[in-house]
Each structure stands twice: as structure tokens, then as C-alpha cells.
Ligand binder design. Structure first.
Ligand code: BDR
Ligand code: CA
Length: 345
């Protein structure tokens, strides 16, 4: 079977780290490169964290890391957006962090920290902007041959599409982690990745590419529990140990923050589910096909993914698949098998 050619776009981040490990260890992927973007933490940290993960797994000579955009397209410049005023960005009533306009959006500290707890690395990203690398790599490819897996804000992908729209023809599909229908996170209306660069997300949505959303509704339903994390730890490799401790750290974070999740003793590992869904679309259950826009008006719903579920005869064309649930056992087994198989090598 021909391997699936993928590019992973990340803002590493704890769950991004798990996604990267899965993408690197899974034998069914041809991982062309990993592009980094500002998001969970600022760009230099998302890049450094990504390099640490690659190095830790001994993949420094196989996997390219390419650094991308350090700020969202426009949201931090517009005086009326929550991104520039800091309004409505809190998770709890005591959490009133304001986002620095110039240094990027350091919003993920409570779940992601600055640096991942991995050894420092001397690896460097390649000497090119991720936007240029994406354009060049895609233009060289056959039509509809590369799958993009963006699991951070969509800035790099949107800028690349604006820089050279011919790349959309080269993209087989985009399976992205982002958005929410009934579940949201950064604000009552919006999920973090889409909220962190709503205009970029809207550009990508209007690109005409085949797009699958792996939103919070799906990732939360595929939570991983403490018991499952311990099973992963028992595999005994250093990759499994890191994945297990990352999951356990996330469970602690969710239990402290989120009433819903604390009843399960579990946590979503959002970004890894998007990677899984590329090879196993059936892990996503209750997938609806519809028209979706991102709210870019700067008000209470800024960054919301608005799904048109009306079956209008003359409505806007469907532009995405949006998953409302996922199979948590299938997701767990996929992760466990990849880690076990790599242990046997
Ligand atoms: C998304 O936001 C980030 O914090 C995670 O890495 C994930 O990509 C979930 O809303
Ligand atoms: Ca992410």
C-alpha cells in the first residue's frame, strides 16, 4: 500500500507532541515535514518544542521542521477583537490574561507550559519560512497528492494559499483539528485553534479544498483515561513513557478546569485524533457535511465555526465534513498499537 503523504502543521503544545510522535512512528505515513506556527505558546517555543520531540524520538535526520508565522493574520491588529483587547479570553473568572499584541499569543500556558519536559536540543529548523516551503513542496507534488494535517491556528496554510493559490490543487485533503459545534473552549463560542486566527480559518474554508474538521465535539468524546495512559506507559519505550506522562498531565489540567471532563478521569488528546482520522476516517462518527463559515466580525462569536445545517435548496454549497463524535476505543487502540509496534522494532 502506498504511504499517505502528509504535512503536519503544529503549535507544540502537549497534544501536538503526541500527534507528532504518532505521525513519526506510524508506518503508513510518509511525513514530508512539520511546519510550526504561533499558537499554544509563541512561535520560537512551538518550534523548539517540536524539535525537542523530533530529537527525543531520534528522528532528527529523517524529519524536517520548518518554522512558520509568528502572529495571526490580522486579529491582534484590529482594535475591536478580543485578541487585541484581551476581553473574553479567560477560562475561569480569575483568569484575565491579556494577549500581548507584539509577542504573539501566549494563551496556552496552563495546559502546555513553555517548554515540554524534554531534553534541550541542538536541532534547528530548516532555513526557510514554512509558507515558502509549503508552496514549493506542494507545487512540486502531483495533483491531489498531499494531505495537510493542521493542528494549530491556520495562519501558515492561509498565507501559503494566498501566496500561491495553485497549491490548493495539489492538496488531497485537509484534516484539521479545530472548531466546535456544541463544545467550545477559548470563549463560549469558539475553539482555540480557530479563535487564534479566525481570518486564516475562513480563508482555508473558502479554498475549495476537501476539508474535514476534527472539532472539540469529537475530541472530547474520544477522551483518554488514566487507566489507558498507564497501559501506554507499560509498553516501556521512551516514546510511550512520554506519551503516557503527557496524557496524565493533561488529565490533571482538565480535572482542575472542566466539570465535564473530571467525571471521566480523562482528557482529550485533540491533535492526535486528527492524525488518526487521516488513516481511519471511521474513527469519526456522526460526521455531518455542511457549509461552514468562521465568524470574523470581532464580537462575542469571533472565531466561532458556524454550521449551516439547514437543507436549503439554494443554500451555499457544502464545504466541509464536521465530526460530532469519535470512537474513543478505536482511537486508543490506534495509539497503543503504533507505540507497541515501534517497540518491537
Ligand atoms: C487545540 O488547541 C490547542 O490548545 C491544542 O493543541 C489543540 O490543537 C484544542 O482546542
Ligand atoms: Ca495544537
Amino acid at each position: 500500500m502506498e504511504k499517505e503523504k502528509i504535512i503536519l502543521d503544529v503549535d507544540t503544545g502537549t497534544d501536538d507532541a503526541v500527534a507528532i510522535i504518532m505521525a513519526m512512528l506510524c508506518q503508513d505515513f510518509d511525513l514530508l515535514g512539520i511546519t510550526t506556527v504561533n499558537g499554544n505558546v509563541e512561535l520560537k517555543l512551538t518550534t523548539d518544542n517540536t524539535l525537542r520531540v523530533v530529537d527525543y524520538c531520534g528522528m532528527g535526520d529523517k524529519v524536517k521542521v520548518v518554522q512558520g508565522c509568528d502572529l495571526p493574520l490580522v486579529s491582534t491588529l484590529l482594535p475591536w477583537t478580543p485578541q487585541s483587547t484581551g476581553i473574553m479570553t479567560a477560562y475561569t473568572k480569575n483568569d484575565i490574561r491579556c494577549i500581548p499584541r507584539r509577542e504573539g499569543m501566549r494563551t496556552g500556558a496552563e495546559m502546555h507550559g513553555d517548554h515540554l519536559p524534554l531534553p534541550e536540543t541542538t536541532l534547528k529548523p530548516i532555513e526557510k519560512s514554512a509558507v515558502i516551503w509549503l508552496v514549493e513542496t506542494l507545487l512540486e507534488a502531483e495533483d491531489h497528492s498531499i494531505t495537510l494535517i493542521p493542528v494549530g491556528p491556520l495562519t501558515n496554510i492561509a498565507v501559503a494559499m494566498r501566496a500561491d493559490p495553485r497549491i490548493t490543487k495539489k492538496i488531497k485533503r485537509i484534516v484539521l483539528m479545530g472548531g466546535g459545534y456544541l463544545v467550545n473552549s477559548r470563549t463560549p463560542a469558539a475553539e482555540f485553534n480557530i479563535w487564534a486566527d479566525p481570518e486564516a480559518a475562513e480563508i482555508v474554508l473558502q479554498s475549495g479544498c476537501d476539508i474535514t474538521f476534527v472539532p472539540l465535539d469529537a475530541t472530547h468524546s474520544a477522551y483518554i483515561t488514566t487507566e489507558q495512559a498507564e497501559k501506554i506507559r507499560a509498553i516501556g519505550t521512551k516514546e510511550a513513557e512520554f506519551v503516557a506522562s503527557t496524557i496524565l498531565g493533561r488529565i490533571k489540567g482538565y480535572v482542575n478546569r472542566d466539570r465535564d471532563m473530571s467525571q471521566y478521569d480523562g482528557a482529550p488528546i485533540h491533535d492526535a485524533l486528527a492524525v488518526c482520522a487521516v488513516l481511519h476516517p471511521e474513527v469519526l462518527t456522526e460526521v455531518i457535511e455542511c457549509n461552514c463559515h468562521v465568524d470574523i466580525s470581532g464580537g462575542y462569536a469571533y472565531g466561532q465555526t458556524i454550521l449551516d445545517r439547514r437543507e436549503l435548496k439554494n443554500g451555499e454549497p457544502k464545504n466541509c465534513k464536521f465530526a460530532l463524535k469519535a470512537d474513543r476505543e478505536m482511537f486508543f487502540e490506534w495509539m497503543e498499537n503504533i507505540l507497541k509496534n515501534s517497540a518491537d522494532k
